[in-house]
Design a protein around this ligand. Structure first.
Ligand SMILES: Cc1cc2nc3c(=O)[nH]c(=O)nc-3n(C[C@H](O)[C@H](O)[C@H](O)COP(=O)(O)O)c2cc1C
Ligand code: SF4
Ligand code: SF4
Length: 252
């Protein structure tokens, strides 16, 4: 079983590729939460594919890992997708698992286009293509390692905890406030995709436009990237110039 949390499809694509090559199934962590599924036993392979947010784990993933129980599985792994730096994502996963007396056999990372468009410009096609081709090469190696049940920590671009811990926690807590998100009512056509697909139900439709009803969310930027009219922006206005992104090899 390969679990994934994915807003723009990078992690879903990675999970699907691993599942196809290892003859496993994939399941979204959001669906696992809806079905109250936290225990996995007797799996041939059990893996988790998640994005890096602010050098750490998305909140929903950290909470899920805290409740996860894996028993008697043949091989287990954690994989962080990332755009520039994994920071402490792997060590955070390891620490949460250790708290419950568990561990993954292996820790991996795969580079993908960086979906944090308040900073990164994804209208640059050459840059996006390079990210994708580097990611595909890394993924091929990772799948080889998974199939040979290699053990160890193979995560790239880590940062020590003393560098990341305080700024990462502070930044994620600040940046995930939904007041940073807004909709251009002239562009919105009221399709409701943003509200329907938000992983934490932070959006409700009111008078044909999204309203962020929760004060905080995961800040996955899924609503911004998936909106068919590109009507959603994040805070500083740069996201309007930096474009939208969905992984081209899967449906999200
Ligand atoms: C809120 C947020 C914060 C991010 N922070 C980081 C980061 O600290 N380091 C990094 O390398 N990538 C970062 N990224 C990029 C994502 O980890 C990367 O694009 C990932 O592949 C997205 O996965 P998905 O398409 O499965 O959602 C961030 C993306 C978002 C939305
Ligand atoms: S996805 Fe975009 S167009 Fe559709 S309701 Fe949301 S903001 Fe409006
Ligand atoms: S409101 Fe948007 S950014 Fe926040 S969790 Fe929902 S889809 Fe992601």
């Amino acid at each position: 079983m390969i679990l994934y949390f994915s807003a723009t499809g990078n992690g879903k694509y990675i999970a699907e590729q691993i599942a196809e090559k290892t003859d496993e199934k994939c399941m979204s962590i959001v669906d696992c939460i809806c079905e109250d599924k936290y225990c996995f036993s007797n799996e041939k392979i059990f893996g988790m594919v998640v994005p890096t947010y602010f050098w750490r784990l998305p909140r929903i993933v950290a909470e899920y890992l805290g409740k996860l129980r894996i028993e008697n599985c043949g091989y287990t792994f954690f994989l962080a997708s990332y755009g520039t730096t994994t920071g402490e994502a792997g060590s955070m996963a390891k620490k949460i698992m250790a708290h419950n007396g568990q561990n993954f056999d292996a820790y991996y990372s795969v580079i993908m286009p960086d979906t944090w468009t308040p900073v990164f410009d994804l209208t640059n096609k050459n840059r996006v293509d390079k990210w994708l081709s580097d990611g595909k090469k890394q993924l091929k190696l990772v799948i080889g390692n998974i199939m040979s049940k290699r053990k160890g920590n193979f995560i790239d671009r880590k940062l020590p905890k003393w560098v990341t811990a305080i700024p990462a926690a502070y930044m994620y807590a600040t940046e995930r406030k939904t007041k940073n998100l807004s909709v251009n009512k002239d562009m919105c056509v009221g399709c409701g995709i943003c509200a329907k697909k938000c992983p934490v139900g932070a959006i409700q439709m009111k008078d044909g436009c999204p309203v962020w009803k929760a004060e905080e969310c995961e800040m996955c930027l899924g609503c911004l990237h998936r909106c068919p009219k590109f009507a959603i922006s994040y805070g500083n206005g740069k996201t309007d110039r930096h474009g939208q992104y969905k992984n081209p090899y899967t449906r999200i």
